[in-house]
Design a protein around this ligand. Sequence first.
Ligand SMILES: *Cc1c(COP(=O)(O)O)cnc(C)c1O
Length: 394
Amino acid sequence: MSQHPNSRIAADVVAFVRSIYGDGFVPLHRPVFEGDERKYLIDCIDSNFVSSVGAKVTEFEQQIAAFTGAKYAIATVNGTAALHVALQLAGVQRGDEVLCQALTFIATCSALTYAGAVPVFIDVDRDTLGLSPDALRRWLSAHAELRDGQAYNRATGKRIAACVPMHTFGFPLRIAEVVAVCGEYAIPVVEDAAESLGSYAGTQHTGTFGKLATLSFNGNKVITTGGGGMIVTDDEALAQRAKHLTTTAKIPHPYEFVHDEVGYNYRLPNLNAALGCAQMGRLSEMLAIKTEVARRYAEFFQGAGVRFVQPISGATANRWLNAIMLENEVQRDAFLEYTNANGVMTRPVWRLMSRLEMFKNCQHDGLENSYWLEARVVNLPSSVPDGAMTPLRG
Ligand SMILES: *Cc1c(COP(=O)(O)O)cnc(C)c1O
């Protein structure tokens, strides 16, 4: 198969994207409110329960638990806050190290920093764009030792308190293998499933493999609550602790205000949860439409000789953000330049965390695949097309 010349790829992609999303500016991912959003919001306002107490929060939590198959779900103000508390619950303390990807959104590293830890960056697999179990095993066998049932970094003497794999753009990583490797070192896994609501590794929903996992409902995610997040776990005690810590650690009482530790005001407001309930009502339909968009992209890129990212065998991706791998940085930059100048939003994968000022001196394993992907991966418009694009809707 011959490669398109640079300029042709970008021009053909712009034309193809417009065949799905129409004229005018095409964003990367926009929210869609075509369900019960207005009704539920008005119900909330009429009931006066707009803030951190209200029936919609519980309903939304139950919907997420039922959808993912997690036993417990605790709603938070955003995904970063969810990750912060989940790491604390996993046992991360000041002075610890946390293993994570360099190829991730900043929230992963912000949250572990809030918890007092420093990151150690482990490489990703080229096919999943997520944490590599092989790279993890290599790094741990070279640097970690078990003492009193806990993992320590031989070089720094610090405790390795958690591992945070992240399912990039909704593509499931080899999570069962990552959990198995971490298990050998007694390292708890906190899955950053912010991007992977509706994604499955085998038949199991992402975010149900680790001790805890977190989701995000930011405006650009598969479903949105405006801003919002969720902690999911199968562990009842952790779930109770999550609820307690995210609601100011107040001891339940009809009128007295007594708090038994320093908690957080991280509870999702009822108004936002109302949006979430309405969005959940349409999640399956939205996932089906996104799958059809991805199928069309795949067909198009096969014809164009460009590598379109697909889930690995046995995995199902929610198709949150579609992505391609271009030949090199030069081709990538020309593509980004042309598409964005022509009203079709595209974006390179995040600058590696290990290259940011705050984390540039942190340990890493060489990050060969992370660098390779950083130079090539570009996201494409992936929203559910608006109501006018009915051909996509079955
Ligand atoms: C969106 C996202 C989060 C959480 O972000 P919030 O905006 O705080 O909800 C965390 N990790 C990743 C990888 C994300 O993409």
